[in-house]
Ligand binder design. Structure first.
Ligand code: FAD
Ligand code: NAD
Ligand code: NAD
Length: 531
């Protein structure tokens, strides 16, 4: 914290916000960001810094003796006066906006607040060290740089070859009179009536409006070995740095537990980029194939076969029974529930996330007992002046007509923007009616964008482009998969290898048309030509 403040202090007087260089994507904000040039005087800067620097220190000043004869202490007359006295006594700093969590939803909320409110004072609190960054490249492009210095630069090229950096904005834009950043501190409670946030070091902060954007925590599994250097979860840039440092010199065996998005993407990226350095991977998961909660059975099988062909040893339909330290060779022994066992150097557990709903303890906030997460109204409020966005929000999906929770990037971006906008608008807050998309890339032939309810338990109808002669080896190159509910209404669409179709897919879902004859869907979405 002190180190951070020292760093932040260096930026005093700069008040310089950089425009993001990132491009736009389907449903994105067209690359526009309010982290833009705001150059001006640093009014109030000293006050905020002085306040922040006290966050980690005990209050040192002696109490001033009161002359009892001259002045009788008067009880506070108004709530505001009471608050002011309390804030002075306990060194409580006040911010117009307090954002809990330093991820994607938080970043986009701040961006909107800066756009709407020129008087904003914002405090961002994250339990991570790093300033907000995007997570998708952690399982994709960051592994493909062929530059071991990537752990320091976090520079990479995206799928189109465009140069990117993992951080949404450079460090230097945090820490000034408008935007403060507290890192490596956890919010442990919220007093909603008093509008107070409690940090794990005992400090209190007062807000006018607050956003909970705490995402989720990787599910931990218990094994006999408790060696947390060799058995890890994977969610943060720090997890990336550690795993990359571990595999970069080659000659290792890695076990990935999980056949969902994270386990499958990570397996494919490490395998594709480090196979030539003799990194061997076993992937273990209970489902019959990868991404089987999403892909129809035949496609999950195809994707799994592709991963096997790329050199990974896949154990589908299998659970890891235990992981034990092997004292003879310092490695780990993995035992499977089918009786097999093998030696490994590292186990990555990718077994889903648990939404972080542990920030409000002294007041009850409704938690969705089915989907998890804090229940919000259409304006993304859990209570007046308290908003929730991203992975941790349980919201009502207007176009699907169900309450749900979405654990994907575009939803975090869009709800972050919406919450930030609603927190700072002078107008009536707007409802979140957007239908977010998500995407994944595994092996070079396995990649897609999808929108809506794409649960593989639903009835699906797939339309595949006939492969050209060059593609003849690959069975599935480009296709559109439609997910239909019991009433034969399309509720989800997955465009496999067929990019830029999400708006058309959204329109189909929004129309809620009963599909009388599935062949009507044959040409509902065309195939793009440039890939
Ligand atoms: C490796 C990886 C790859 C992904 N790839 C894709 C992809 O390709 N496509 C896609 O659509 N989605 C992808 N996702 C999912 C997407 O990144 C998430 O849905 C998104 O990051 C959620 O954003 P969020 O802001 O809600 O939460 P997060 O980004 O998780 O941010 C939450 C932040 O809050 C902090 N925090 C939590 N509790 C507290 C507390 N009490 N006090 C202070 N801070 C706290 C956390 O440390 C974290 O910094 C990926 C996820 C991961 C992990
Ligand atoms: N604003 C948004 O909604 C949004 C969404 C996703 C990614 N991004 C940005 O994209 C940048 C790149 O991120 P990344 O490298 O982790 O993701 P990526 O390169 O895997 O994909 C990013 C986007 O490109 C699409 N895509 C992937 N492969 C494609 C292909 N072969 N042809 C056409 N489109 C394809 C994806 O569906 C996704 O929309 C990041 O800067 C990120 O912030 C923005
Ligand atoms: N492209 C993307 O959208 C993308 C990419 C990476 C990560 N993410 C997000 O990151 C988070 C983590 O991803 P994930 O793949 O871990 O979650 P997931 O829910 O997609 O998959 C979880 C996997 O772990 C397995 N699993 C769960 N409990 C288990 C247990 N007790 N024993 C053995 N296996 C168990 C499941 O069977 C499944 O294979 C999710 O929110 C995900 O949406 C998204």
């Amino acid at each position: 914290m002190i180190r951070n403040l020292a760093k932040l202090n260096k930026t005093i007087g700069t008040r310089f916000y950089q425009t993001s260089s990132r491009g736009s994507f389907n449903g994105g904000n067209n690359g526009k960001t309010a982290f833009k040039s705001i150059i001006g005087a640093s009014v109030g800067l000293a006050v905020l810094f002085a306040g922040s620097s006290l966050l980690d220190q005990e209050k040192q000043s002696e109490p001033t003796p009161i002359d009892v004869k001259e002045k009788k202490p008067q009880p506070p007359k108004t709530k505001e006066e009471y608050q002011r006295k309390m804030d002075e006594e306990y060194d409580i700093e006040q911010f117009k906006y307090v954002i809990i969590g330093g991820g994607t939803a938080a970043y986009h909320a701040i961006d909107k607040i800066l756009e709407n409110d020129k008087e904003a004072t914002i405090l961002l609190i994250s339990k991570e060290y790093d300033v907000p960054y995007q997570r998708p490249p952690l399982t994709k492009s960051l592994w493909a740089t062929k530059d071991d210095n990537v752990v320091n630069t976090l520079d990479f090229s995206d799928w189109s070859g465009k140069k990117q950096n993992l951080l949404y904005e450079p460090e230097s834009i945090y820490g000034n009179d408008v935007l403060q950043f507290i890192r490596t501190k956890k919010v442990v409670d919220l007093h909603i009536d008093e509008k107070l946030v409690l940090l794990n070091d005992g400090k209190l902060i007062r807000y006018d409006k607050c956003l909970i954007a705490t995402g989720g925590e990787p599910r931990q599994l218990k094994f006999t070995s408790t060696n947390d250097k060799k058995i890890s979860t994977y969610r943060t840039v720090d997890d990336f740095r550690k795993l990359y440092e571990f595999v970069k010199d080659g000659d290792k065996h890695v076990t990935v537990l999980g056949g969902g998005f994270l386990g499958s993407e990570l397996t494919c990226s490490i395998n594709a980029n480090f196979q030539d350095k003799n990194i061997k991977i076993d992937q273990v998961f209970p489902e019959p194939g990868v991404l089987s909660t999403l892909f129809p059975e035949y496609l999950s099988k195809y994707a799994t076969d592709e991963i096997v062909k790329s050199g990974v040893k896949v154990h589908s339909g299998t659970l890891i029974k235990d992981v034990v330290d092997n004292s003879e060779n310092g490695r780990l022994t993995v035992t499977l529930n089918n009786g097999e066992s093998f030696e490994t150097d590292h186990v990555v557990v990718a077994a889903g996330i648990i939404p972080n709903t542990n920030v409000v303890k002294s007041t009850s906030l409704e938690i969705d007992t089915v989907n998890g997460g804090y229940v919000v109204n259409p304006e993304l409020q859990a209570r007046t002046d308290l908003y929730v966005a991203g992975d941790v929000a349980s919201y009502y999906d207007f176009s699907l007509g169900v309450r749900r929770r979405v654990e994907h990037h575009d939803h975090a971006r869009a709800t972050g923007e919406m919450a930030g906008s609603n927190m700072s608008t002078k107008n009536t807050p707007a409802p979140y009616t957007y239908q977010p998309f998500f995407w994944s890339d595994l092996t070079p032939g396995v990649g897609f964008e999808a929108v809506g309810n794409t649960n593989s338990k639903l009835k699906t109808f797939s339309v595949w482009e006939k492969p050209s002669s060059d593609d003849s080896k690959q069975s599935y190159t480009k296709g559109n998969i439609y997910y239909l509910n019991d009433n034969n209404v399309v509720v989800g669409v997955l465009c496999y290898g067929n990019y830029g179709k999400m708006d058309t897919a959204r329109d189909i879902i929004l129309k809620r048309k009963v599909v009388q004859d599935l062949n009507q869907l044959q040409h509902a979405i065309d195939f793009d030509e440039h890939h």
